[in-house]
Ligand binder design. Structure first.
Ligand code: ADP
Length: 429
């Protein structure tokens, strides 16, 4: 298996070499490895041979081509995982390039050193040094390829989750010649797992709240023993309608996110007059709040932009909706600046604002500054990440500015239409 992988890794690996052409069988392959091992006094090569054995290289899996042990060593260096091989005296005899980057320990520092000292060094970079050290040393004492040990490695650049598993190394005759450790970066998998759990808990909470409301008011309306006057009935029905809209919004957001992830977000751009579009979104949003007044700060010019109007409407609705959600009252300003190539649209509020360290993070999926507030006002942390994908699909940029305690401003750019039909469209506004 690994041999096949190595072949794929390096086409020159199967270089035709008449002297080595004989090494077509499994036995001969290892004969070459052993020979090189003695010739170069390179213990690592001997270990590599055993490592290949451990990977169940068998005569059936051999491709029959010629293998070059030097290239095999290179291939092991370039494995997508870190690899450490240790001899029977517990000294490090092989430390691949990926292990250097992943564990921030150079080969020159590790080679020839007792593995316990190197483990100590690695454990010191983790969030639980004593546990990690004890687990790794115990795993090396009884190598079990089935058992993964996970550790959180912290560096100034990033925090990574590294999984390690130890395996025994045996010679062809079954004699113990050391052990190995495979180090794997599982940060992405763990982040995805955490995101999945967060998604499930947020979404189920956000779905349950409007559903409970809909069920409660519908049950109330259906009660036979109480007669509700017309105003009360209309109030209940209005709440049911609003909560149903909230459910639809959550589901739409989830569907949009899955489309974005699949790279299937459909954007149909057409030259559009921006002013009527903004005006219609603002009119709609005014109906959603009595505590805010929404003003539009419009320049003298009436630019047309090349956009998917439905999607830009969605972005504006989200930004104004957030301005309403995250400011208890006050003015919300929708403004427009016209530049030669782009139009910059902004939405400002006088709300609680956003701490500077979160100004970028709020555009990430599921990120919410303060779980308590968002739980109160509703939301699953997807609106801004969808807005960013939509704006980027328009070759635009979206960003946030804020003074905590005083309010926030979200801005995005849209490409202008610059052709002679401009005049005609303006006339249509
Ligand atoms: P949601 O509102 O559903 O949580 P968003 O992606 O729209 O998701 O927003 C992400 C987070 O950014 C919000 O949870 C909130 O913490 C913060 N945020 C967004 N808009 C504002 C705003 N106008 N003022 C303060 N915080 C905001």
């Amino acid at each position: 298996m690994l041999v096949r992988q190595l072949v794929t890794l390096s086409p020159s690996f199967v270089r035709v070499n008449s002297a080595k052409r004989l090494a077509k069988s499994f036995e001969r392959f290892f004969a070459v490895l052993r020979m090189t091992c003695f010739q170069s006094a390179g213990r690592p090569v001997c270990f590599i041979s055993a490592f290949l054995l451990w990977y169940n290289v068998s005569a059936e899996t051999m491709t029959g081509e010629t293998f070059d042990p030097i290239l095999a060593t290179r291939a092991l260096h370039n494995l997508g995982d870190g690899l450490t091989l240790v001899d029977t005296e517990r000294r490090v005899v092989f430390w691949n390039t990926f292990a250097e980057t992943l564990l921030r320990v150079s080969a020159s520092m590790a080679l020839g050193q007792p593995i316990d000292a190197i483990i100590q060094r690695i454990a010191a970079q983790t969030t639980a040094p004593n546990t990690t050290r004890a687990q790794l040393i115990a795993a090396l004492a009884e190598p079990n390829p089935e058992r993964w040990i996970e550790m959180e490695c912290v560096s100034p650049e990033a925090t990574r989750i590294v999984a390690a598993r130890c395996f025994p190394l045996q010679s062809e005759e079954g004699v113990n010649i050391g052990s190995g450790i495979l180090w794997r970066d599982v940060t992405r998998e763990r982040t995805a797992d955490a995101m999945k759990s967060q998604l499930l808990s947020t979404v189920s909470h956000e779905l349950r709240t409007p559903l409970a409301s809909i069920k409660g008011f519908a049950t109330t309306l259906l009660r036979q023993d109480v007669k509700w006057d017309e105003t009360a009935q209309r109030d209940f029905l209005r709440i049911i309608e609003e909560e149903a809209d909230r459910l639809t919004e959550i589901i739409d957001n989830l569907l949009d996110m899955s489309q974005i992830e699949a790279g299937a977000l459909r954007i149909v751009k057409e030259p559009t007059a921006l002013r009527p579009l903004i005006r219609s979104v603002v009119d709609e949003m005014r109906m959603r709040t009595e505590a805010h007044y929404i003003v539009v700060d419009w320049p003298g010019e009436r630019p047309r932009v090349l956009i998917d109007p439905r999607r830009i409407r969605q972005v504006l609705t989200n930004l104004i909706g957030n301005a309403i959600k995250y400011s208890p009252r006050g003015q919300i300003t929708v403004a427009c600046e016209v530049e030669p190539e782009v139009v910059i649209v902004s939405v400002s509020d006088q709300g609680e604002g956003i701490p500077p360290q979160y100004l970028d993070k709020i555009f990430e999926r599921f990120f919410q500054v303060d779980g308590k507030t968002t739980r109160r006002v509703g939301g699953i942390g997807l609106g801004l990440s969808i807005a960013r994908s939509i704006i980027e699909a328009h070759d635009g940029r979206i960003w946030a500015e804020s003074t905590p305690g005083q309010g926030s401003t979200f801005r995005f750019t849209l490409p202008r239409v610059r052709d002679e039909s401009n005049e005609h469209e303006v006339g249509n506004e």
